[in-house]
Design a protein around this ligand. Structure first.
Ligand SMILES: Nc1ncnc2c1ncn2[C@@H]1O[C@H](COP(=O)(O)OP(=O)(O)OP(=O)(O)O)[C@@H](O)[C@H]1O
Ligand SMILES: [Mg+2]
Length: 369
């Protein structure tokens, strides 16, 4: 039998585990946590003493694919990995991680779980997959405008003509027809905003002015009862983009934030900052774009429910009674057309949307690589 490792080797091993950026958890055969490193403490937002000896199911919902991986390791006895997994944490937030689970040879039934946060660029690429949904309704919007809006205006016109001939008690029915046709026309109008009008007209856009414009609109309308806080980086270069489309992006995000914020004590924070060294590979090409401009919109609402969070940027996903579910889909499309990305972090205490955009390079193009 091998001798126990000397004390200094054990100390060195602990030091290495402490220094690791990946979260490491050792689980016993009952799936109780027996060891965590500091990165895991950070991931779960709790100290070692709080985490050790607790069932893993207290930390991660039982239906997470992590449990499948552990079961596979326990059955087959070899290591398994899964990449780019959305790991739900119990505080309603999710993390994109690479998972590695391996058996512990020296301790029967034990398994070692390593959770490695996906690189920022990969996280962003993950967000890019949402763009497709928005694109697919561009054509649908145009078809609906033609096939639905025209007959609808005929129906509305006919109903208005009838209004004069009907008895008073039947008039509300005519109103109902008019209101509902207006509602459908409004929906089709929003879908038409997705139509592709060719490449966007890029100009140097002062993002501070865009955000202040949106804030003024919000403060005098839908966000009247909320407190706004702004924290802008004054040295930010202009964005390489289309001002009107960027207003639409931030108006949609601020409107959602306003709708999520509590009626009493609702707060929205707008901020900008410069991010160094964030490059994103353009889909299906070898071109890379730098995205140094970060805009954040944060609310203190109760967060995005997990069922919705996975489909947030898809069209027609809404939890609101009169919501069309097109707002974020349009945001994803416009930001994507700019070569940027949109991400979010959500907890039951609030949600933060982060939009990353390219900077104006003087000749009208962001620096291709
Ligand atoms: N800041 C936020 N906080 C909590 N939930 C949000 C937030 N932003 C978006 N959501 C959720 O995402 C869903 C989709 O948002 P989206 O803007 O696409 O549509 P909508 O706001 O429901 O309708 P529309 O924007 O068309 O009026 C919302 O219904 C809501 O459930
Ligand atoms: Mg919305």
């Amino acid at each position: 039998m091998a001798a126990d490792p000397p004390a200094e080797t054990l100390a060195l091993e602990r030091m290495i585990l402490s220094a690791m950026a990946s979260s490491v958890l050792a689980l016993d055969d009952q799936l109780a946590v027996r060891f965590v490193n500091p990165a895991a403490e950070q991931l779960f937002g709790a100290s070692r003493t709080m985490l050790e000896n607790r069932p893993l199911a207290d930390l991660i919902p039982f239906d997470s694919s992590l449990f499948d991986l552990i079961r596979r390791v326990q059955l087959a006895g070899n290591s398994v990995s899964d990449y780019g997994v959305e790991l739900p944490l119990n505080r309603n937030s999710t993390r994109l991680v690479d998972l590695h689970v391996s058996p512990v040879a020296e301790q029967a039934g034990y398994s070692l779980v390593v959770l490695h946060p996906c690189a920022v660029a990969q996280r962003l690429n993950h967000q890019l997959t949402h763009r497709g949904g928005a694109r697919s309704i561009a054509g649908l919007g145009a078809t609906l405008a033609h096939e639905v809006k025209n007959p609808l205006s005929g129906i509305r016109g006919a109903a208005q003509l009838l209004e004069h001939g009907v008895a008073d008690e039947e008039r509300p029915l005519i109103r109902l027809i008019c209101d509902e046709t207006d509602r459908i026309c409004g929906l089709v109008d929003r879908m038409e905003q997705f139509a592709d009008h060719g490449p966007i007209e890029r100009r140097p856009v002062n993002i501070y002015q865009v955000l202040e414009h949106v804030r003024r609109l919000a403060e005098s309308g839908f966000g009247r009862k909320l407190r706004f806080e702004a924290n802008y980086d004054p040295s930010l270069p202009p964005v390489d983009g289309d001002r009107d489309q960027l207003v639409q992006v931030f108006l949609n995000l601020v409107k959602n934030a306003a709708e999520a914020a509590p009626a009493n004590g609702g707060e929205i924070r707008l901020s900008t900052q410069y991010t160094h060294g964030l490059w994103l590979r353009v889909a299906n090409s070898s071109e890379r774009v730098e995205l140094p401009i970060t805009v954040q919109i944060q609310d203190n609402g109760s967060g995005i429910s997990p069922e919705v969070a996975g489909h947030l940027f898809e069209p027609f996903v809404s939890t609101k009674r009169s919501g069309s579910g097109l707002g974020l889909s349009l945001v994803a499309k416009i930001v994507g057309d700019h070569g940027g990305v949109v991400e979010f972090d959500t907890t039951p205490r609030g949600t933060l949307f982060r939009v990353r955009l390219p900077a104006w390079r003087g000749d009208g193009r962001s620096d291709p690589q």
